[in-house]
Design a protein around this ligand. Structure first.
Ligand code: PMP
Length: 427
């Protein structure tokens, strides 16, 4: 149970034994409505038979093929299936096993791209405060969560800078969809570029919508500005879409939803419906082709994992993407999002609530922190909701809701009603 404080083991850990559709079952047989799609990843709901069948067929047929120098044809078929869901032109795919690996792979591709084009001095990476990009050294270096960084602060990547985060409750409280204020936060990128000089900067990495640090929805115009500034200076833009891709916002990707195409995209979670650990990096054709062309000059992208395009992962990915398409789950998420928004904002006046924000099928409910114990209120909401049959997530004093895309309207109401009822009992 990583990312679980050791003191939490003083009480009996909450365990899960089974899962089907929208529900988990605990070892003692209690049903819990999944309001978080596991960890923002089980987008098609739990225990999908088509995925189970695809994985077991594959395990019997080809359990593993070495990924170095050898391969198997499903890795190409699965890559094509992923590419079809990406924005036009982002059709080159590299498989990983997790979001953290996708992020570190994406950062390395950015450095390889510049080196391939004779601009090897472009090594600086720009992340953002309150960004979460997994737990590799690259990911925590560009990430902006101090608790994840401080133990390792002497060993982080050296040439990294951070944009400010875009969260501003004082001006944007209770925004529905994208907040109105905050496009100007992107101007800091020009300041950082002026400080270091564009010729030293390889890439900017952001989550288009930051999930893990409390559902920070990008202000209107902000991502457009980041795209324009990076393009102007020859800096690559990386979107970490580990949470947002595969339907969370009611489109295949946040890039598609916002109409902004980055150069590189990190993917994981929903790519396999979390049935098998899997991730991928998608890149624009020109990024891929530049690196390929440098092969003539002896520059190669030597990088990969024993389990890149593992046969069980490619089988799970293909079965998952088939379900998304056949059941039109991204469209379903889009259709449900007005009802989801209304249900979330019913909590605007609930006790302790200082902000409700949402986009697609994700919402954040921010509580006023207890002065003597920041985070305690949201943790109490999580525990009480779970014990009363609804799973939500908390981070600091923010409660996050991000259900599977198969959720019914009545279940949406149930989740937010439960949070409201529980809040009445929180001191
Ligand atoms: N990037 C983002 C945006 C994430 O939300 C996460 C996981 N929550 C990761 C990267 C890391 O993914 P993993 O835990 O699969 O390594």
């Amino acid at each position: 149970m990583p990312f679980t404080a050791n003191r939490q083991f003083k009480e009996q850990p909450r365990l899960l034994a089974k899962a089907k559709g929208m529900h988990y079952t605990t070892p003692d047989g209690k049903q819990v409505l999944d309001g978080t799609a596991g960890l923002w990843c089980v987008n098609a709901g739990h225990g999908r038979q088509e995925i189970v069948d695809a994985i077991s067929r594959q395990a019997a047929e080809l359990d593993y093929a070495p990924s170095f120098q050898l391969g198997h044809s499903d890795s190409f078929t699965a890559a094509t299936a992923v590419a079809r869901m990406m924005p036009a032109g982002m059709d080159r795919i590299f498989f990983t096993n997790s979001g953290s690996e996708s992020v570190d792979t994406a950062l390395k591709i950015a450095l390889a791209y510049h080196r391939a084009r004779g601009e090897g001095q472009r090594t600086r990476l720009i992340g953002r405060e309150r960004g979460y990009h997994g737990v590799g050294f690259g990911g925590i270096s560009v990430g902006g969560i101090s608790t994840n960084r401080k133990t390792f602060s002497g060993a982080l990547l050296p040439a990294v800078d951070h944009l400010p985060h875009t969260h501003d409750v004082s001006r944007n409280a209770h925004s529905r969809g994208q907040p109105v204020h905050g496009e100007n936060f992107a101007d800091d990128l020009e300041r950082i570029i002026a400080l270091h000089d564009a010729s030293t900067i390889a890439a900017v990495i952001v989550e288009p919508l930051a999930g893990s640090t409390g559902v920070l929805v990008p202000p209107k115009g902000y991502l457009e500005k980041l795209r324009a500034i990076t393009e102007k200076h020859g800096i690559l833009l990386i979107f970490d879409e580990v949470i947002t891709a595969f339907g969370r916002l009611g489109a295949a990707t946040a890039s598609e939803y916002f109409g902004i195409t980055p150069d590189i995209m990190a993917l994981a979670k929903g790519i396999s419906n979390a049935s098998v650990p899997a991730g991928a990096v998608a890149v624009r054709r020109n990024v891929h082709d530049s690196i390929l062309a440098a092969s003539e000059n002896g520059i190669e992208f030597f990088h990969g994992y024993t389990y890149s395009a593992h046969p069980l992962a490619t089988a799970a990915i293909m079965a998952t993407l088939d379900i998304y398409e056949r059941d039109q789950l991204f469209q379903r998420a889009r259709n449900l999002s007005p009802a989801f928004e209304d249900a979330a904002h019913q909590l605007a006046d609930a006790r302790h609530v200082i902000d409700v924000r949402n986009l697609g099928l994700v919402a954040g409910i921010e509580l006023a922190p207890r002065p003597d114990a920041p985070g305690a209120r949201a943790a109490e909401v999580f525990r009480k909701c779970f014990d009363q049959g609804v799973m939500v997530r908390y981070t600091g004093d923010i409660i996050a809701v991000s259900p599977p895309l198969i959720i019914e309207e009545a279940q949406i109401s149930e989740i937010f009603k439960k949070i409201g009822d529980v809040l009445k009992t929180v001191e």
